[in-house]
Design a protein around this ligand. Structure first.
Ligand code: 13P
Length: 247
């Protein structure tokens, strides 16, 4: 089996204006100073920053992801953004099913399945997010919940370009990180599911997300089947983002 290159992805959520985003990239590039990293970098800024950041990132080892998309191709869907529009302004990846979309905006399994399919049909790579709540973990349902989210979200998926992100809801923005053992056992479980479901399942990067920071990145990244991190808060500062990438 060929090793999966590790990915460090920053989800900026609804943070950073255009000038702040440009300053972030400029600072990051100057800290990198032309040095190539062994890990791939991805950033998911707000839609409004994608077009301006694309020329700064292209060819410099920084991929761009959108944080959401519509499942429809085009038409009368006020306020929505299609996959083609995202591709047009430089996104190569799209986050789908982030727990904030599921919980705050009520995005359900069926909608997420349509979005995953739309991303793949539009030629971009979905970063499909799954994760259990604290209540579900405490009642021993964590594996079942995550596998059911995967099963449902990927039911109509046929492209082999996919990233999965395991983000336990109780670890997002709380400072409470999953232990390396928690992450390892869930990632092994996810890998088994992907291998059983897809002939290419062994090649899908599985990222961990939830209070990942410079202090815990190395330990998490050392776990088998943890192929990278999806970082929220600690990705808003170029120095801490780079520390994670170098951990
Ligand atoms: P935090 O790193 O702030 O916990 O957020 C994780 C996350 O939701 C990334 O998508």
């Amino acid at each position: 089996m060929t090793a999966i290159p590790q990915i460090i992805a920053g989800n900026w959520k609804m943070n950073l204006t255009l000038s702040q985003g440009q300053e972030f990239i400029d600072t990051l590039l100057s800290m990198l100073n032309g040095k190539e990293l062994s890990r791939e970098l991805l950033l998911a800024p707000n839609f409004t920053l994608l077009q301006a950041l694309a020329p700064r990132c292209t060819g410099r080892g920084i991929g761009l992801a959108a944080q959401n998309c519509a499942f429809q191709e085009s038409g009368a869907f006020t306020g929505e953004t299609s996959v083609a529009m995202l591709k047009d302004v430089g996104a190569a990846y799209v986050l789908v099913g982030h727990s904030e979309r599921r919980q705050i905006f009520g995005e359900r399994d069926e909608l997420l399945r349509q979005k995953v399919r739309a991303v793949a049909d539009g030629g971009l790579v979905p970063i499909f997010c799954v994760g259990e709540t604290l209540e579900q973990r405490q009642s021993g349902e964590a594996f079942e919940v995550v596998i059911s989210q995967l099963h449902s979200g990927l039911a109509e998926f046929s492209s082999s370009q996919l990233i999965v992100a395991y983000e336990p809801v109780w670890a997002i923005g709380t400072g409470q990180t999953a232990t390396p053992e928690d992450a390892r056992s869930m990632h092994l479980h996810i890998r088994k599911f992907l291998e059983a479901q897809f002939t290419w399942g062994e090649r899908v990067p599985i990222l961990y997300g939830g209070s990942a920071k410079p202090e815990n990145a190395a330990e998490l990244l050392a776990q088998p089947e943890v192929n990278g991190l999806l970082v929220g808060g600690a990705s808003l500062d170029p120095e801490s983002f780079l520390k994670i990438a170098l951990a």
